[in-house]
Design a protein around this ligand. Structure first.
Ligand code: ATP
Ligand code: MG
Length: 568
């Protein structure tokens, strides 16, 4: 492909709103362009990479025995009501209010319901199982903060696969195959990844792993044990219980005036206590019931974990009116002392606190010297907080935290969807059972951005060879020289004839300008053809990830490139 016949609108300036490297470089290299908040057009160069990632994903899915189909992005709301995920997904689900048709339609953020609907209509016997169906298709999510370019968008491409199994053992087998296929996909895409244990989120289920790329541009945290024995998503990470500090005698319970002070920071500063001396009291609405959660002042509540502990479908902080009704005080002064008639779940770290400070259930007042067992009882406790620096893994090894982005997710769903949607099959004995399901997602655009996060320098992208828009770029200097163009075109044609995709920069521009663009778009292998070099009987060969320049005879360079690619 000739550059002058293609569309590569590179930018000299860094766009002001682009902060993370992949966003900046994808815009500057002319790979994509924002059309609306969270929606991007993939320009020809970027689209080539997207298609290459798609091809790798498709090959590995087919190799793992999955069967491709295509489901509509537009889905009946009714299916979402069957599993009650219309509520669980909340605002993220994109609905189309207005006319009757639109009121009853959503833009699919994922396809469990639709695929289960297809399977319940077409599969009824164990003889048809197991089967894994997949598609590579556009998803819609009204992400609260679409940002960081294509790392998190409202419209994105996902490979989503769903397995339907007759038994738990069959699911385990498919899960392991998918896990292995995912590892091959990321390896082929040249992406450094870490597999972590994960919480299964709104999709539910019991066993799940996430594939993470460690990068400062990510919004997730992964937690690793320093001794390498354990890695998990921060939502899931297990930690050793907090031990009871020994010593201090019981203090007297006292009510203190804290006018207008309703945050942990304000109150701890005012009362000269540590946030870790305070009990934070959070009041939730869990499927319409009020639940009070207690965590230490310096800890953050882990809502997915609380939700799992409660077995709730929808969990959200209660409305101010509910909080006022339960506590008899303004929002910000809730505490466990004297609360009655509601379910209270205390985090394990709260159970070992002593002489604590907490809200008094009275506007503008807190309590100090709170002693568990004397001033209030803990009837129910669980691990409902996020791990923090200083925590240890269950085996005692210190936990290390790293920022990351999720590029893929596999989970065992069990019968969540088949139960709700009555997707049953008849087993060998003629007995009807719910089909056991798994689901497996990969963010195709996100792989592209994550690959750039993992592989770039100040000058631009350094594409992993298998997902580069082109494998080779030929930079023709002195394009008005007939011999230069004839040689460049001949090398181009020979490479293409061998199936090596090649971009020929035939623009009539200064060498420095063209080299800058070459570094920016990051094609892995570069051949420079110039008048002076040809005079010496050579062209120059350079890899994007190295500074070395090799001088090679023009009729040897194609063989040289083919050798490098074959050795990959
Ligand atoms: P995240 O935690 O990053 O929001 P998720 O857990 O909601 O992701 P899944 O429902 O597991 O995502 O979707 C499967 C895959 O789709 C993810 O592993 C990710 O690679 C990709 N993905 C999810 N949301 C987005 C998005 N808003 N933009 C781009 N890719 C996404
Ligand atoms: Mg996920």
């Amino acid at each position: 492909m000739k550059w002058t016949r293609f569309l590569i609108p590179t930018l000299k300036e860094t766009p002001a709103d682009a902060v993370v490297p992949s966003h900046r470089l994808m815009l500057r290299a002319g790979l994509m362009r924002q059309i609306a908040a969270g929606a991007y057009a993939y320009l020809p160069l970027g689209y080539r990479t997207l298609r290459k990632i798609e091809a790798i994903v498709r090959e590995e899915m087919n190799r793992a025995g999955a069967v491709e189909l295509n489901m509509p992005a537009m889905q009946p709301l009714e299916l979402w009501q069957e599993t009650r995920r219309d509520e669980a997904m909340g605002e993220t689900l994109v609905r189309l209010a207005d006319k009757a048709f639109r009121r009853n339609t959503v833009l699919g953020p994922t396809h469990e319901e639709v695929v289960t609907d297809i399977v319940r209509a077409s599969i009824n016997s164990y003889k048809q199982l197991p089967i894994t169906l997949y598609q590579i298709q556009t998803k819609f999510r009204d992400e609260a903060r679409p940002k960081s370019g294509v790392l998190r968008t409202r419209e994105f491409l996902m490979k989503d696969a769903y397995s339907f199994n007759p038994s738990k053992a069959s699911l385990d087998e498919v899960y392991d195959e998918m896990y292995a296929a995912y590892c091959r996909i990321y390896e082929r895409c040249g992406l450094p990844y870490v597999v972590v244990e994960a919480e299964s989120g709104p999709i539910g289920g019991d066993a799940s792993h996430e594939f993470m790329v460690v990068t400062d541009a990510g919004e997730d945290w992964l937690v690793r044990a320093e001794d390498g024995s354990y890695a998990a998503n921060v939502e899931r990470a297990e930690y050793a219980p907090v031990e009871k500090a020994s010593g201090a005698a019981d203090a007297a319970l006292a009510e203190v005036h804290t006018p207008g002070l309703s945050t942990i920071d304000n109150v701890s500063e005012f009362l000269k206590c540590k946030p870790s001396d305070m009990i934070k009291t959070l009041i939730y609405d869990a499927d319409g019931d009020v639940v009070v959660a207690l965590v230490r002042g310096d800890h953050e509540i882990n809502e997915p974990r609380l939700k799992r502990h409660l077995g709730a479908n929808a969990l959200a902080l209660a409305a101010p009116a509910t909080i006022e009704r339960i506590t008899g005080a303004a929002v910000g002064f809730a505490g466990p002392v004297g609360l009655s008639g509601v379910r209270v779940v205390a985090d394990q770290a709260v159970t070992v606190m002593h002489n604590a400070v907490t809200g008094a259930n009275k506007t503008d007042y807190h309590l100090t010297g709170v002693v568990i067992g004397r001033d209030f009882e803990i009837a129910e406790s669980a691990d409902i907080r996020f791990a923090v620096a200083g925590d240890r893994a269950p085996n005692g090894s210190p936990l290390v935290f790293e920022k990351c982005i999720e590029v893929g997710h596999v989970f065992k769903l069990g019968t969540k969807y088949s139960d709700a949607m009555k997707a049953h099959f008849l087993d060998e004995n003629g007995k009807s059972n719910p089909i056991i399901m798994g689901c497996y997602g990969i963010g195709v655009n996100r792989i592209m951005a994550a690959a750039i996060e993992a592989s770039h320098d100040e000058s631009g992208i350094i594409w992993p060879i298998n997902i580069a828009p082109y494998t080779v770029e030929i930079v023709a200097l002195d394009v008005r020289e007939q011999e230069v163009m004839a040689t460049a075109e001949r090398i181009h044609d020979e490479l293409e004839a061998r199936g090596i995709d090649t971009l020929l920069d035939d623009r009539d521009a200064r060498p420095g300008f063209k080299f800058k663009d070459a570094d920016l778009i990051g094609i892995p292998l570069r051949i420079t053809v110039g008048k002076r070099g040809l005079g010496e009987g050579i062209v120059e060969f350079k890899r994007r990830d190295s500074e070395d320049v090799e001088k090679i005879a023009p009729d040897k360079v194609v063989e040289h490139v083919a050798g490098i690619i074959a050795s990959k």
